[in-house]
Design a protein around this ligand. Structure first.
Ligand code: CMP
Length: 137
């Protein structure tokens, strides 16, 4: 089996969708290996999204991600990285398939409810950014 990293973003936490999104994740067969509720500083958000530093939306993205409580977590199942991205739906909720988390809970391409790692190397970086080894039993 495989691990991936996910964040319930500030828009979804503010709207009270945390438990509903966690239920979708568990229903889809993911084991929640580690989870917490925290707030990021702007600098911590910039560190997490450093691969997007040159993008025009970097400022907007990191301001949003430091605007409120987030729920980072480590998830595990067979094919976790690809299966979570399928469950999330397209980055832009307007293009997301019916039944996906972004279709149900996201409002825009920037405020899109949930993050999921896109590859094994990014998953490893992202898990290590938020969780220590002793939290990942
Ligand atoms: P995420 O998977 O967390 O990783 C990068 C994020 O950038 C992505 O989700 C989107 O929420 C965000 N993003 C992508 N394109 C845009 C855009 N055009 N404007 C604002 N945010 C964007």
């Amino acid at each position: 089996s495989q691990r991936t990293f996910s964040i319930i973003k500030p828009d979804a936490v503010r709207k009270g969708y945390t438990a509903a999104i966690l239920a979708e994740i568990e229903k889809a067969g993911f084991k929640i290996v580690a989870i917490k509720k925290i707030g990021l500083t702007k600098e911590q958000a910039e560190g997490f999204y450093y691969v997007h530093a040159a993008r025009p939306f970097f400022g907007e993205l990191t301001t949003f991600m430091s605007s409120g409580t987030i729920v980072p977590m480590v998830l595990e199942k067979d094919n976790a990285i690809a299966d979570l991205r399928t469950l999330m739906g397209a980055t832009d909720p307007a293009k997301a398939d019916e039944g996906t988390i972004r279709k149900k809970y996201a409002s825009s391409i920037g405020e899109n409810a949930i993050h999921g790692s896109d590859a094994e190397d990014t998953a490893a970086f992202e898990i290590g950014y938020f969780f220590a080894g002793y939290e990942l039993k």
